[in-house]
Structures are given as C-alpha cells and as structure tokens.
Design a protein around this ligand. Structure first.
Ligand code: APR
Length: 320
C-alpha cells in the first residue's frame, strides 16, 4: 500500500518542524510548499538527509507549485506571518486572511479530499475562512489550538504537582486567544479532578489560578522569549497528534477548533471544543455540560471569535 501523502503549506518554523516529526514518526511522504523560493526545497533535502542516521523511509519534496500537493491525504497549514512581541494573535488577521484565500484555493484545486489542519493565527477565524475559501466539508477542516493549549496546561500542572506529564489530563476550550477557557473541573491528575486536589491540600486555589493564567498567556510567554517569532515545537507536535489520529483512524478525543452547529448551544461557529478524530475527520463534537461560571467564560470566548469572523467579512466581501 502506498504511503499516505502529507502536504505542509508553509515551510517556516512550524512547517519545518512538522516535516521533521512526520519523518521521524514515518507518517508518510511529505511535500513542503511555500511561496519563498528555496526554503521548502532546502528543508526537504535537509530532512531527507537525516534519514540514514535516524533510520526512516519516505520521500521529502520541497516546492513552490501547488500542483505538487495533488492527492494529499492531510494538509497542515502554517502559511502566513507569526506575531512579534507586543502583538496579539488578532493583529495578524488582515495579512493572514489573504494568505488563507490563496491556500484555500490551492487545496480545493489539488487536494480536495484531504483532512486539513489549520495552525495559522488568529486560529478560530483563519480556520473558518480556510473552510469557506476551500469549500471542503466542515468535518474535514479543523484548527489546532486546544491540543496545544491543553499541553501547556498539563505541563504547568505537572510542574506544580511534581508528577509525570503523562498522568495529567487537562482540557482547554473556547477560542485560541486571551479568552480561552481552561476547565479545571474536567482536568485531572491521575484521574483526580483539580478542584478535589485543592480540597485535599495538594495545591491552593491561588496557585491553580496562576497556572490557568499562565496557560492563557502561554503563547505570549514564548513570543516574549524568542522575540523573533512564535512557538513552533509544541504547535507542530500538537498538529502531528491530530494528523496521526486521522491517518490511523484512532478515534482520539482531542480538543480542536471544530465547526459546531447544535452542540454547546452554538449555531455554526468554529471554536475550541472536545472532538473525536478518526478516518472521517471530526467524527463527533462532544456536547459537554458547563456550569454557570464556565458557560460565562465560554460565552465571552465565543463572542471574541464571532468578532474576528465579522472582521474577516468586513475585509473580504466574498465571505459575507
Ligand atoms: N503561501 C504559502 N506560504 C506562505 C504564504 C503564502 N501565501 N505567505 C507566507 N508564507 C510562508 C512564509 O514564507 C513562511 O515560510 O509561511 C511561512 C510561515 O513561517 P514562519 O514565519 O516561520 O511562521 P511560523 O512560526 O511557522 O508560524 C506560522 O502559525 O502559529 C501560527 O501565529 C503563527 O500564523 C503563524 C503561523
């Protein structure tokens, strides 16, 4: 059986890391696409040349021609610009919306059956625009945010409790921005929910609140340290987890920016929700029940995403 084909649209920091991870995990043949001449070709060759030492097979091609992504099973989109210190993700909207238009058209023309994972920010608005521009079914177009935000939350919690990150499960919903909703009640250490751990005295509510805020600011913390761009290792790893769930029909339960119509009281919006990812793409949106405080935070986040979608419609009238 032929290897799956993975097209990476954008061969920058995240795109290169995605290619390297896909290679090491032997997920399939990789095509790196970028408008910058030489960058995708150079990264593809460099990764291919790491194969003999690492011991993986597969083909790695860099290109500036959308025709080379033909028939891709998965497309992961990082094309666009990242933020610089002091910028919010929302500041990228105008530039990256134009990029989503050309990427959406390229995918529609050459890889219409792909499972598409968008990483470009501001995420919730860009994945919506990408679905609109590409015309692919909504269950096959999804945004990577919740896996990353939850991974950051899990990492910070593991530091607080002094336990393995593997035994910490955490859950972040809502938009991938300052209003994201880390859900303490649904987050656990060894199966024990965080509020119970506070009651047991293993941590304090103050420390938990600080961890939740650090999670919300997780992207900005990295931007502040790097100064020249934004995070790429953890975002790439998170998207690869989603791609693998699709390619191997794993039915993983992962928080993603999915199109939600009906669940959680939403009437057609891309926002971070718990989903099941398998061979059909987003196979299920899990309609969890929120308490009053959680619902208020989620509503605020939904409003922020709706504002970004309206801003997109204001910029590009074909989206209205
Ligand atoms: N088509 C294809 N590639 C493009 C286009 C386009 N229209 N416009 C820009 N690119 C490419 C750039 O040439 C660059 O190689 O996208 C790549 C982006 O890479 P980086 O600048 O290194 O950004 P990265 O850190 O990978 O982040 C990409 O993901 O997390 C988000 O906020 C982040 O929006 C940003 C995106």
């Amino acid at each position: 059986m032929a290897r799956p084909k993975i097209a990476l649209i954008g061969a920058g920091q995240i795109g290169g890391t995605l290619a390297h991870l896909a290679a090491i995990k032997e997920l399939g043949d990789v095509v790196l696409f970028d408008i910058a001449e030489g960058t995708p070709q150079g990264k593809a060759l460099d990764i291919a040349e790491s194969g003999p030492a690492e011991g993986f097979d597969g083909s790695f091609k860099g290109t500036n021609d959308y025709a080379d992504i033909a028939g891709a099973d998965v497309c992961i989109v990082t094309a666009g610009v990242p933020r610089k210190p002091g910028m919010s993700r929302d500041d990228l909207l105008g530039i990256n919306l134009k990029v989503m238009k050309s990427v959406g058209e390229g995918i529609a023309a050459h890889a219409p059956d792909a499972f598409v994972i968008c990483i470009t920010n501001p995420l919730d608005a860009m994945v919506w625009a990408l679905q609109q521009f590409s015309g692919l079914p909504a269950q096959k177009v999804v945004g990577m945010a919740g896996v990353l935000d939850s991974a950051r939350f899990r990492h910070f919690l593991s530091l607080e409790f002094g336990v393995s990150m593997r035994d910490v499960n955490a859950f972040v919903l809502g938009g991938h921005g300052d209003t994201m909703v880390p859900l303490a009640r649904y987050s656990t250490v060894g199966g024990i929910p965080l509020p119970d751990l506070v009651q047991m005295g293993w941590t304090t509510q103050e420390k938990l609140d600080a961890i939740i805020q650090r999670t919300r600011d997780g992207g900005a913390e990295i931007v502040g340290l790097l100064k020249t761009g934004s995070a790429f290792y953890a975002p790439a790893t998170s998207a690869i987890e989603m791609a693998e769930a699709y390619l191997k029909d794993q039915k993983r339960v992962l928080p993603c920016a999915a199109y939600v119509k009906g669940a959680l009281g939403l009437d057609g919006l891309y926002v971070g929700v718990p989903t099941v990812i398998g061979a059909k793409g987003i196979e299920k949106v899990i309609d969890i029940k929120l308490n009053k405080d959680e619902q208020a935070m989620f509503d605020k986040s939904v409003d922020a995403v709706k504002g970004l979608v309206e801003a997109c419609k204001g910029i590009d009238s074909t989206l209205a």
